[in-house]
Design a protein around this ligand. Structure first.
Ligand SMILES: Cc1cc2nc3c(=O)[nH]c(=O)nc-3n(C[C@H](O)[C@H](O)[C@H](O)COP(=O)(O)OP(=O)(O)OC[C@H]3O[C@@H](n4cnc5c(N)ncnc54)[C@H](O)[C@@H]3O)c2cc1C
Length: 402
């Protein structure tokens, strides 16, 4: 028998965050963050106090051992509150990549960087994309050269979320590079690279079109000495560790997009009931109702897929009921559908609002700019999701990329 209900604990978690966000993250505050290009530090600390940051980590490492469905609820609620998705990015990158980093990290990295990040005194990010491209993970140029005590890393990462926040909060990044190019993707190894270490230099902050409150930047690693205890996981497993991080992140990205789209629909429906044209509220016109019905139907279908997939991810970790590839197919379906659905919803609701929708008095343009980052590519482009879906549907032989 199928039971689609959340546990009591999950419902309480949702209520607690929604209440806290209702008080601490109003739409006016979201606009202020977007305009000032920053997330206030006291808000980040507040997230830490509430137990929102890195909640997926075990309790002994500062998290609450939250399952992926619970983390997905968090991502959805944050997307609902911050439709620009800047704060959701700060949350979800850490809940997902932070989970993988922590799972693979030594006690030294946990002590130095991870535990304090759970309180908002740090930042754990993902540095995969390079100037030459982000989709082809196995084509990256970053190199790890062995030393007696670890590795020397050289390479450059760009379009990386949270570089300014990582600098300010003394955080670091999951970085993967080649230790043995001849072995292809089986010759990659991951490491945790603190942003303030010698040899690590932030190259720039990009002037993005959306999610303005969180930085997107680049960093260069020149002869960075990384001791063995900063290696993440086994040698030669870097590619696979990277894929594990993407999987978790993509579910949460999808949930934040769903949360943002839900808020857009609510704001839109309020407007439709108030605004009159030709003597009656716009909501009374079937032309508008059909548009709404189409969006609501897609919304509920994709939201169900997202929670089903979060549940699959929990099953993958807890019972092994689903393997990584089966789960990845569903994850890519979410990551392909949810951001585009959200972008489409923002655009269509904005049309309902006429000229007002085209102004910055209306919050919706922040959402449109924000969710588009997830259509374009953050945590993997749409075509890469399609490649995964096709690969897991047709079979690997049909979809070889090299
Ligand atoms: C706001 C923002 C934040 C980001 N944050 C991070 C971060 O924190 N860490 C990080 O590592 N990266 C981050 N990224 C980068 C993101 O992961 C990349 O944008 C993404 O992986 C795509 O890489 P690319 O932009 O280099 O595009 P490319 O890889 O150059 O691809 C360009 C286009 O070609 C398409 N394409 C590529 N290969 C194929 C193929 N085989 N078949 C069909 N089409 C193909 C892609 O879908 C895309 O449309 C961020 C991006 C954005 C926009």
């Amino acid at each position: 028998m199928i039971d689609f209900s959340f546990t009591e604990e999950q419902e309480l978690f949702r209520d607690a965050i929604r209440e806290w966000l209702g008080k601490n993250l109003t739409m006016e505050q979201v606009r202020e963050n977007d305009t000032n290009h920053e997330i206030p530090l006291d808000f980040i600390k507040g997230m830490g106090d509430l137990g929102l940051l890195l909640l997926t980590l075990p309790e002994e490492d500062g998290g609450s051992g939250a399952d992926w469905v619970t983390a997905t609820i968090g991502a959805e609620e944050l997307g609902y509150a911050d439709i620009s998705v800047a704060i959701p990015v700060f949350y979800l990158v850490q809940a997902s990549w932070g989970y993988v980093i922590n799972k693979l990290a030594s006690e030294t990295v946990k002590d130095e960087y991870i535990r304090r990040a759970t309180k908002g005194n740090g930042f754990l990010g993902i540095g995969v994309t390079e100037p030459g491209g982000g989709s082809d993970v196995a084509g990256f140029k970053t190199n790890l050269k062995p030393t007696d005590d670890g590795w020397i890393i050289n390479g450059e990462k760009c379009y990386i979320s949270g570089t300014a926040e990582a600098k300010e909060l003394d955080g670091g990044y999951f970085v993967s590079g080649y230790n043995n190019r001849d072995a292809g993707h089986r010759g990659m190894t991951a490491a945790f690279v603190p942003i303030n270490w010698d040899g690590v230099e932030i190259t720039q902050r990009f002037d993005n079109m959306g999610r303005m409150a969180i930085s997107t930047g680049g960093f260069k690693m020149t002869d960075v000495e990384v001791p063995k205890e900063y290696q993440l996981g086994e040698t030669n497993r870097g590619f696979y560790n990277t894929m594990e991080g993407f999987d978790a992140a993509r579910v949460l990205v999808s949930a934040s997009c769903i949360g943002a789209a839900e808020r857009a629909l609510e704001l839109g429906m309020d407007y439709l009931k108030e605004r009159e044209a030709f003597g009656k509220p716009i909501a009374a016109y079937q032309g508008i109702q059909f548009d709404l019905a189409d969006m609501v139907a897609h919304h509920e279908a994709i939201k169900s897929l997202v929670y089903r997939t979060a549940w699959m991810l929990d099953q993958k970790y807890e019972t092994g009921k689903f393997d990584a590839l089966e789960t990845a197919k569903y994850i890519s379906m979410c990551k392909y559908l949810a951001p585009h659905h959200a972008l489409d919803t923002f655009r269509r609701v904005l049309y309902w609002m006429g000229a007002y929708g085209y102004t910055k008095e209306c919050p919706l343009e922040m959402g449109m700019r924000g969710v588009m980052s997830y259509c374009i590519g953050a945590e993997g482009s749409a075509n890469i999701q399609k490649l995964v879906i096709a690969r897991e549907s047709l079979g690997r032989d049909w979809t070889k990329t090299r």
